[in-house]
Design a protein around this ligand. Structure first.
Ligand SMILES: O=C(O)CCC(=O)C(=O)O
Ligand SMILES: [Fe+2]
Length: 314
């Protein structure tokens, strides 16, 4: 049988305390994170039915007429526009989305319909947050950091957010759904419907993530890349829209508190005689620069701020 293109890791050894299984899983994860920062997980603790239900309900929601969706427009004071959003007309990203912060956040604006949607979104969020913590713990161990290091550094869960996305069908002339990028946060978890379209760049080639029910995609993001001084890679990924149908997905961003200082850790620099590859920065500063890419897009996309903004080049 052909090798699956993106490795799929069974996380059950981590809940069953199967030491041998954990070791094997960690080898696969370490390799994937060192090369390109993407892998898939099964037995991750989020019920498959819940993931399916979330996709079904988001499909119902996004198929409503605009005026119904616009009833969940964001309140103006939120740090990110929680609620229903469309991309600006000039954006190359042809999607619409519903964004939420943790259940109970006062920024959240939920649709009234379909009636079960809010409860399912809150459930999915809570479950993905638990899986995010588990993955962070595994990444911590794969990086050889002291136990609980990342958990303690990244203890404030109020910055996490999730988006339900709907991508419009490709046209004859273009199929960009989400332009290539790296996520700014720590770890992202994604699931997509059977239309597929998510791709990751490995050795200069775009590798499609073949959709598989109940499977979550793990995406290592910029904060982990900086802390580990490039030992683990922030995945470059994009979404290509399929023809003839819309495509639905969810992305959960296991984030970091804005006032945290981010810089390569001593473990990956002075302790091993390596120079830092990034200068330190406050996370909220980087978030603002990234947000500005969206609100004030530069004329050439190459001028968008990425994590390379903090590179030490000498
Ligand atoms: O829709 C997807 O599959 C991925 C979304 C994504 O990469 C993002 O929102 O940053
Ligand atoms: Fe992304």
């Amino acid at each position: 049988m052909a090798e699956p293109l993106i490795p799929t890791v069974d996380l059950s050894p981590f809940t069953k305390n199967d030491e041998d299984g954990k070791k094997k899983a960690m080898e696969v994860i370490t390799k994937a994170c060192s090369e390109y920062g993407f892998f898939q997980i099964v037995n991750h603790g989020v019920p498959i039915n819940l993931l399916q239900r979330a996709l079904e309900l988001s499909k119902v929601f996004f198929e409503y007429p605009s005026d119904e969706k616009l009833k969940s427009s964001p309140a103006s004071n939120a740090p990110l526009p929680a609620g229903y959003n469309t991309q600006p007309q000039q954006s190359p990203d042809k999607n619409e989305y519903l964004l939420m912060f943790p259940p109970g956040s006062t920024f959240n604006v939920f649709p009234q319909n379909p009636p079960d949607f809010k409860r399912v979104l809150e459930d999915v969020f809570s479950k993905l947050r638990e899986t995010g913590l588990l993955v962070e713990t595994i990444v911590n161990q794969c990086l050889g950091l002291p136990p609980n290091f990342l958990k303690e550094y990244n203890h404030d869960r109020s910055w996490d957010f999730m988006v339900a996305l709907r991508y419009f069908p490709a046209t004859e002339s273009e199929n960009n759904g989400l332009t290539e990028h790296e996520d700014s946060n720590c770890i992202s978890l994604v699931f997509q419907d059977e239309a597929g379209g998510l791709e990751v760049r490995k050795d200069g080639e775009w590798i499609p993530v073949i959709p598989a029910k109940g499977t979550l995609v793990v995406n290592i993001s910029d904060v982990i890349q900086v802390l580990s001084n490039n030992k683990f890679k922030s995945a470059t990924h994009r979404v290509v829209r399929p023809k003839g149908r819309s495509r639905y997905s969810f992305a959960f961003f296991y984030n970091l508190q804005g006032d945290k200082w981010v810089e390569p850790l001593p473990h990956f620099t002075k302790d091993i005689g390596e120079s830092p590859k990034y200068r330190g920065f406050q996370y909220s500063e980087y978030l603002q620069l990234r947000l500005r890419n969206k609100t004030h897009p530069p004329t050439t996309p190459e001028d968008e701020i990425r994590i390379t903004h903090y590179n030490i080049t000498s």
